[in-house]
Design a protein around this ligand. Structure first.
Ligand code: FES
Ligand code: FES
Length: 154
């Protein structure tokens, strides 16, 4: 038996049939919808590479079951630059050299967008670092990442 689930993904309604109720949002995005910008690092909620926004909140897509999010509004890195212009967080990451290999970058950027919208960290570097602590970077580009998020907050 398949389950029909409808999402709004990057501002576009999308209905998908799921044969397996255990499919995560991460696998749905990457394997069914070809939205591979969202990365699979640990696949167990420990690295933040799969961070997306669900109804405006930061979510680790590897821990979220697709069937549990029927009707949800999902924003991924592919939908961030609306109309071709870079999102301010994307521009700040470039300006501050906030990436090296780039694997963690989509998750870092989506997490930063969510953090800024939450409004708890403000432009305080310590609080930004704490607010971004769920996103690991194997290249240790943390200094640039923090500077970029601080700048994008201002
Ligand atoms: Fe989801 Fe690591 S892949 S937290
Ligand atoms: Fe390489 Fe972060 S830039 S893992």
């Amino acid at each position: 038996m398949s389950l029909s689930v409808t999402f709004i993904i990057n501002r576009v309604p999308k209905t998908v049939e799921l044969d397996d109720p255990r499919v995560t949002l991460l696998d749905l995005l990457r394997e069914r919808l070809d939205l591979t910008g969202t990365k699979k690092g640990c696949d167990r909620g420990q690295c933040g590479a799969c961070t997306i926004l669900v109804d405006g909140r930061r979510v680790n897509a590897c821990l979220a079951l697709a069937v549990s999010h029927d009707g949800a509004e999902i924003l991924t890195i592919e939908g961030l630059s609306n109309g071709g212009a870079l999102h301010p967080v994307q521009a700040a990451f470039i300006a501050h050299d906030a990436l090296q290999c780039g694997f963690c970058t989509p998750g870092q950027i989506m997490s930063a967008v969510g953090l800024i919208e939450e409004g708890h960290a403000g432009d305080d570097p310590e609080r930004v670092r704490e607010g971004m602590s769920g996103n690991l970077c194997r290249c240790a580009a943390y200094r640039g990442i923090t500077e970029a998020v601080v700048e994008a907050t201002r």
